[in-house]
Design a protein around this ligand. Structure first.
Ligand code: ADP
Length: 480
């Protein structure tokens, strides 16, 4: 079979520009899809970090007056990724975080910035670049979703389309008055178009027009069809359930492998679990924790309501009372930081915290900790539980979204079947988190059971190489 040409559209791509899991997926999929005869080219905004990634961009199209300024489409490769860059300095030549100014406020022209990204992608689908036409356009999240509206209201044949939702909490909703500035026709403002609760909904439009919708786990695909998790879009999503499915994210095996990870104090594999003690000692020193044999619970996260960090804060006294230790690495909500800082004073040697974003320390935590805690209220996929599995740091997770799909709870049946890989709790309350922690501590005391669980998790194939096959199948089905 000949190669399938996929045009991906996204606002971030690892390793060029990243604020979250979206960038990881967009950056990892093209490489992983090659073996399935899928050739991906990604349309990305010309942020300074993107333009700096290649010295010899080729200009393949010129748009003299595009969303208020001179724009060129550049083509080239960076870090093995094939890219079309929307070089619109008036929109994207701004350093730092792609979405916000240096004080953390959203850029006021974000709808026009991502309207421009989407409009450029639609034009590429229609032949803007002389020798390129995709078979499929695959848009990610609200920033790229409007591509499918531009395609719908333009003349000419359209490629098949896929939209992937990485987090339904971000929808891109703006007042009707900006419709003209997005260069969309007035007739697009309807329920059968971009209209969403009286406003313009970027994500809504993408979900409405896409041939296929995916989320980053099957369970999340089901949850978002309900009022509890649908965030206003449950009706539309339930109405499109026949084209909606979930594909769990993978992890990058070259970065996340305890046998070769240079960020660990000591490397190990499933046959040398005892060596994890070296990483644990490094963690004890870094977090100011006692050196003993009690279980060490770790949590690496943005500190936000979504992640259930307030529930965790409530549960710290219980964890300490049961003889365990707790290490937190996180940044975000200042009030939550304060609560954990207080806990480190209250329980010296038992509770430690580092505030900030520290990639290297996060690796050490999975490599030396005993349990990875993930008490999220909702979780489209979640990555830290996957790192926990890969590193033998047993996940203790809320039973929601991707956490539910990727962890097998150590209940009696699963233990008998030798299938358990972690502990799940629900509903997501302090009391149930306490119960999950107690259960994990009891399992930890049985070294045979515990090590069997560690080895089972470490033996799972969590790589993008295998996960990409599900996307390849989706593309092939679409073209049938
Ligand atoms: P989300 O994308 O909602 O934040 P995920 O679990 O999908 O949640 O991805 C979060 C990623 O960011 C993981 O790779 C996690 O290890 C990493 N991470 C989160 N907070 C920190 C931190 N403070 N320091 C280092 N890495 C972090």
């Amino acid at each position: 079979m000949s190669m399938i040409k996929v045009l991906a559209v996204a606002s971030e791509i690892h390793p060029l520009i990243k604020t979250g899991g979206l960038a990881d997926v967009v950056g990892a999929l093209p490489g992983a899809l090659k073996r399935y005869d899928v050739a991906v080219t990604t349309v990305i905004p010309g942020y300074p970090a993107v333009l700096a990634a290649n010295e010899k961009w080729e200009t393949v199209a010129k748009l003299p007056s595009f969303f208020g300024g001179r724009t060129t489409i550049k083509r080239g490769a960076a870090n093995g990724l094939n890219l079309f860059v929307v070089d619109a300095p008036h929109l994207f030549n701004r350093p730092g975080n792609p979405y916000t100014d240096k004080d953390g406020r959203d850029w006021l022209d974000n709808p026009q910035r991502y309207g421009a990204l989407s409009s450029a992608a639609a034009e590429i689908c229609h032949g803007l670049v002389a020798d390129y036409r995709p078979d499929i356009v695959h848009v990610h999240d609200w920033q790229a979703a409007l591509t499918l509206a531009y395609l719908n209201y333009a003349e000419g044949p359209r490629p098949k389309s896929v939209i992937t939702v990485h987090n339904l909490a971000f929808q891109g909703q703006y007042p009707r008055s900006i419709l003209g500035s997005l260069a969309l026709p007035q007739r697009s403002f309807s329920v059968e178009g971009v209209e969403y609760y009286g406003m313009i909904g970027f994500l809504k439009a993408g979900l409405h027009f896409a041939d296929r919708i995916t989320t980053v786990s099957p369970r999340y695909a089901t949850e978002i069809q309900t009022a509890e998790a649908g965030m206003g879009l449950e009706g539309l999503l339930a109405g499109r359930s026949d084209v909606l499915s979930g594909i769990v994210n993978g992890i990058d095996d070259s970065e996340w492998n305890p046998a070769t990870d240079t960020k660990l104090a000591v490397n190990y594999d499933a046959k040398s679990l005892a060596k994890r003690a070296g990483n644990r000692e490094a963690l004890e020193k870094r977090f100011g924790l006692d050196h003993d044999n009690s279980p060490l619970f770790c949590l690496v996260s943005r500190l936000t309501w979504q992640k259930g960090i307030d529930i965790m804060a409530e549960t710290v006294p219980h964890l300490v009372a049961h003889g365990a230790r707790f290490a937190l690495l996180g940044s975000g909500d200042k009030e939550l930081e304060g609560i954990f800082r207080q806990a480190t004073y209250q329980y010296p040697g038992r509770v430690g915290a580092v505030f900030g974003f520290d990639e290297a320390l996060s690796h050490l935590m999975f490599g030396g900790g005993d349990m990875t805690l993930v008490p999220s209220r909702f979780e489209p996929c979640g990555l830290t539980q996957l790192y926990g599995l890969r590193y033998g740091c047993i996940p203790v997770v809320a039973r929601v979204g991707g956490l539910s799909d990727t962890i097998v709870d150590a209940n009696d049946a699963a233990l008998t079947l030798k299938a358990a890989t972690g502990v799940q709790f629900q509903p997501i309350t302090g009391a149930m988190l306490q119960e999950g922690i107690s259960r994990a501590i009891a399992l930890y005391r049985d070294k045979t059971v515990w090590q069997a669980m560690q080895k089972r998790g470490m033996g799972l194939d969590l790589s993008w190489t295998s996960r990409a096959s599900a996307y390849a199948k989706l593309y092939k089905d679409l073209l049938k």
